[in-house]
Write a protein that binds this ligand. Sequence first.
Ligand code: ATP
Length: 357
Amino acid sequence: MTALLDLQDLSVRYAARRSLLGGGAPRPAVDGVSLRIEPGRTFGLVGESGSGKSTIGRAILRLVDTSEGAIVFDGQDIADFGRRSPLSYRRAVQVVFQNPTTALNASWSIEDILLEPIRMHRKLPSSAEESRLVDQLLDQVGMSGYHRKRYPWELSGGQCQRIAIARALASQPRLIVCDEPVSALDVSTQSQVINLLEDLQEELGVAYLFIAHDLAVVRHISDEVGVMYSGRLLETGPAEEVYTAPAHPYTRMLLAAIPIPDPDAQRERRRLRRELRTAQKTVQNAAQQDVRPDAQEPAAPAADPRAEAGCPFQSRCPLVMPVCRTVMPPMRPTAGGGHVACHAHEPMTNGVPLDDR
Ligand SMILES: Nc1ncnc2c1ncn2[C@@H]1O[C@H](COP(=O)(O)OP(=O)(O)OP(=O)(O)O)[C@@H](O)[C@H]1O
């Protein structure tokens, strides 16, 4: 299937912040990220704070410039648009931000908030039709006509997020960048909003880039998942595969940190920890037997992962090897149809380890 959105080796650098030590080269906030989103599907992008997730969203929305690589939307490199995106792109790609109360203009009524994108993008022949569309959008996000004359500050966080979703839908987008859309909501509201997004996707065929710092949040909504660390994508794959057979030590650590009351899930987590310990021993044994000079060097922790060569996860990785300190591992296929950037991962070809062929 042709990708709706195709990020090709995308890098984004912010201008270096001034420090007492002087400027220095700007470090990439996003470093060589490639991912694809098919029409009507959801890509869940996870990683801890500062890993570069929102920067990818901002680059897609053209709020920051791309330093290297390309963002191809529906077959077109968006760099070809020039400084200002055409209305067609702004119509096709919408955003829902984390904080619904600040994302909505507090001095506008809900009706005005929805009428603005309707007038900009839909060009309906009469105000009666615009008004009908306001009702329809409210209905689609589970709100009623009663809310038309209300203001954002009169609504709950969950209701504001529903309005933000309705506003995004007003232009009939093909992709919505959902940047931590449920992080500011309580747990029961989170699942309502996620269910709503899933229902809307089924009804409208819209695709989502769903950004979250928590793997648990993206599990059910995502078709594909990508795990970021320090500007790099370390693992991608079909959501179920990433959750049941995580290939990167960082993904395993993130999964092991999710609190789950379910005994089956706890068993699964113990299995993941065992797997990680076994892999750790295998790597340590291999390093001891390795006669290469660099194999003898101790794995010193790196102060700033992005300032170092090699894998950005090296300073926290239980499987770190000397090569991890000098060479960024390329993305290699995993048995489950995903890709992982890890030197400790057994390379696969069509699901078969290379050494077993
Ligand atoms: N405007 C900016 N100027 C300079 N550096 C920035 C700017 N915005 C973000 N950064 C830096 O870029 C890196 C990636 O930030 P980004 O916001 O994309 O991460 P994130 O994974 O979305 O984290 P969070 O969930 O906290 O938003 C961080 O090191 C951050 O400090």
